[in-house]
Design a protein around this ligand. Structure first.
Ligand SMILES: NC(=O)c1ccc[n+]([C@@H]2O[C@H](COP(=O)([O-])OP(=O)(O)OC[C@H]3O[C@@H](n4cnc5c(N)ncnc54)[C@H](O)[C@@H]3O)[C@@H](O)[C@H]2O)c1
Length: 433
């Protein structure tokens, strides 16, 4: 089938390459000139394990072609996936839908045949219906059907999550072509008994919002328990382990730490609250405000723990921050807790040296005033305190004896509860969480 993917970021590039790999003809449209130039030559403008190989394989086979031309896309494609960003607005917590709207405004007037547009970006409930009206107003010559197929992929696992998803959700109008078309597009995936849930578009949009709200709540729940444990002198890891054995609770996403970040969870729960407010259902989601607040408190608490470990002030102290990406196996620094903590400590007078195996370039762009070290060793040299804020395996497997020889004081803060406490204390470190 001839699929067009509009927006070739984390979601779009993964979707385009994966769809080409299962036999579709795919045209990826990217409007950012720097990103376009890279993608066309088989380079990803971000890090995602395995995706560079798949991109090159599908480009070489001719199943994937990349362009910036909407006229080419409009003339060529039958099905158009929207994969552009929906960041938080600068002015308020709601989602900025200007990129999604721009896709419709650019594409629809250029269509010369009927088309199915399938949204994958994360959007507030009601967006598909609104875009249908917008598309209808832009063209009286063709019929445009709009469906929503929210994406659940995790950065670091984009290929696996696209080709072997937990489920596929499709929101569409009755008597349209979307369900049958989606069954054909995803046939190889659906043949492996992947659950396929077909709903109206509002429900599909809400599935994504609900999933992210639940995950954020689970993380903030265990972080709230960590706060109580700190006050009570109890062990939050033991609590997470013990309650997680209950299959109704489960162990996943129950690890305490500095909390969630990235380009999805924080902005998505805020957009969800804003959207509920507009619908007159704000009260239903007031708990998400607390989820957000618990999460942001973790970052502040990390800074106070560091300050406390340095005798009450960070002024003039050297801090090694290991980790800049919001999670391991990604170079994404959008709303990264690690960088937020690093930035706060610098503002309190510390000399902060940040090292991350993959996210240095993005971190430099977002926080240009921090010092970026070339290695763990350089970051830790003469440090008064070492903080592990992203659980890259390189950091989890560090030898505390070797690191101990580099630093000025052996104090480590394990912001992700990912270190072997005994190994570090046996090597003479003060271990803090
Ligand atoms: N990143 C994830 O893990 C993930 C997972 C699930 C859902 N999502 C959702 O997917 C959407 C995209 O997220 P992302 O992380 O891929 O964002 P991104 O910023 O990495 O990618 C968006 C891309 O779209 C391009 N673009 C902007 N306007 C365009 C236009 N008019 N035409 C063509 N290209 C255009 C941008 O240059 C950019 O390359 C968001 O709604 C996000 O919430 C992301």
């Amino acid at each position: 089938m001839r699929l067009v993917v509009l927006g070739m970021g984390y979601l779009g590039a993964a979707h385009a390459a994966c769809m080409a790999s299962i036999g579709h003809e795919v045209l990826g449209v990217e409007t950012d000139p720097a990103r376009l130039a890279k993608l066309k030559t088989g380079q990803l403008p971000f890090y995602e394990p395995g995706l560079t190989d798949l991109l090159n394989k599908t480009l070489d086979s001719g199943h994937l072609v990349i362009t910036n031309s909407y006229s080419e896309a409009a003339a060529w494609g039958d099905i158009f996936f929207i994969a552009v960003g929906t960041p938080q607005k600068r002015s308020d917590p709601s989602a900025d839908l200007s990129f999604v709207d721009a896709v419709i405004d650019e594409l629809v007037p250029q269509l010369r045949h009927d088309a199915l547009i399938v949204g994958k970006s994360t959007v507030p409930v009601g967006t598909a219906a609104r875009l249908s009206e917008r598309a209808a107003a832009l063209s009286d010559k063709v019929t445009v059907e709009i469906a929503w197929n929210p994406e659940f992929l995790r950065e670091g696992y984009a290929i696996k999550d696209t080709l072997q998803p937990d489920r596929i959700v499709l929101g569409c109008v009755e008597n349209g072509s979307a369900e049958q078309t989606a069954r054909e597009i995803y046939e190889p995936i659906l043949n492996t008994e992947t659950p396929f849930i077909v709903t109206d578009t509002s429900t599909a949009e809400l599935v994504k919002a609900a999933a992210n709200a639940f995950l954020a709540t689970k993380i903030s729940f265990i972080n709230a328990m960590a706060e109580v444990c700190l006050a009570a002198g109890a062990d939050v890891l033991a609590i997470a382990k013990a309650i997680g054995y209950d299959p109704r609770i489960g162990h996943r996403f129950l690890r305490p730490g500095i909390g969630f970040g990235g380009g999805c969870l924080p902005k998505d729960i805020r957009a969800f609250m804003a959207s509920a407010g507009e619908l007159g259902a704000a009260e239903a989601l007031t708990f998400l405000r607390e989820v957000d607040a618990i999460n942001m408190r973790r970052r502040n608490r990390m800074v106070s723990t560091a300050s406390d470990s340095c005798g009450g002030s960070l002024l003039g102290k050297r801090v090694a921050v290991l980790g800049a990406a919001f999670k391991p196996d990604s170079d994404d620094v959008r709303d990264s807790p690690a960088l937020n903590v690093a930035g706060q400590m610098q503002l309190q007078g510390a000399s902060v040296a940040v090292y991350d195996p993959r996210a240095m370039a993005n971190a430099r762009l977002l926080f240009p005033t921090l010092f970026y070290a070339d290695s763990v060793d350089q970051a830790c040299k003469d440090a008064d305190i070492v903080m592990v804020l992203t659980e890259w395996s390189e950091f989890v497997n560090l030898d505390p004896v070797v690191v101990g020889r580099l630093v000025r004081a052996r104090t480590v803060i394990d912001g992700r509860f990912c270190l072997d406490k005994r190994r570090w204390t046996d090597a003479g470190w003060e271990y803090r969480i």
